[in-house]
Design a protein around this ligand. Structure first.
Ligand SMILES: [Zn+2]
Length: 250
């Protein structure tokens, strides 16, 4: 029996001879990897629908509990080709894909599947049209913090609850007031940085469309957010070094 599934293609890697592995994300199955036989042959009918970041409809016979599914055919829904033609967008997508892998493979919570899928859709469509790829990246980092349940406290001092703050403590997980800062010896930040850090941490699916038109965050802020995610989420992304190297803000 043929199963059908709408997927986002995340990654395509060489497998055996002319075969490829196609890693996908779908609303119902989260991450799912397919063996696409003959995909690397020039005459492959599925090649255009299996390009990274495209949305496609896959037919296959779902094998429960199998790590790899066998793709029968792939039909393009939306190419999203702009994401493959612009280097800064590619680099941001590489971070998003790696983040999805790390967040979902180890501790995937099926109750999040709808939100994860919606977030990827917003990111892909936003990235396609925006000239501010860092805003999309920040949205995704903040989503990942929320999925892992490690959002920073940005409403008050995370130690004592005081509302006047001048610092962020990585260890304590958020804003810190001047009294607690002296105690913790945490770094002091400018009011502008603290304000911007609060704003980005309030971005979610309900307000992201507006945020994508908002001024681009500084690389310092994006970096700090990533450090926070890496520290509390205990993850490390290879693509982050690449992003830094290409320094996508010009
Ligand atoms: Zn305090």
């Amino acid at each position: 029996m043929n199963d059908r599934l709408d997927v986002f293609v995340l990654q395509v890697t060489d497998y055996k001879e002319h075969d490829a592995l196609v890693k996908t994300l779908s609303q119902t199955h989260g991450l799912l990897t397919f063996i696409a036989k003959g995909l690397l042959k020039p005459e492959s009918k599925n090649a255009s629908a299996c390009q990274p970041f495209s949305e496609a409809n896959f037919t296959y016979d779902h094998q429960e509990g199998k790590g790899l599914q066998i793709l029968h055919s792939a039909t393009m829904i939306e190419s999203h080709r702009k994401l493959r033609e612009d280097l800064s967008k590619q680099v941001v997508m590489a971070v998003i894909v790696e983040l999805l892998e790390q967040v979902l493979e180890d501790n995937y919570d099926p109750s999040l599947s709808d939100e994860v899928h919606k977030s990827l859709k917003v990111a892909v469509e936003g990235l396609e049209t925006t000239d501010k790829p860092l805003n999309v990246l920040v949205f995704f980092l903040v989503q990942a913090l929320s999925w892992l349940g490690i959002e920073p406290q940005v409403d008050e001092c995370t130690v004592c609850g005081e509302s006047k703050i001048n610092s962020i403590s990585m260890d304590e997980g958020g804003f810190v007031c001047s009294d607690c800062q002296k105690e913790l010896q945490s770094p002091i930040f400018t009011a502008e940085f603290l304000y911007a850090f609060r704003i980005v941490n309030k971005v979610d699916l309900s307000n992201v469309k507006r945020y994508l038109t908002y001024q681009a965050p500084s690389m310092e802020l994006v970096d700090y957010l990533y450090d926070f995610l890496a520290f509390h989420g205990n993850l490390s992304l290879k693509s982050w070094a690449f992003l830094k190297k290409w320094s996508i803000i010009n």
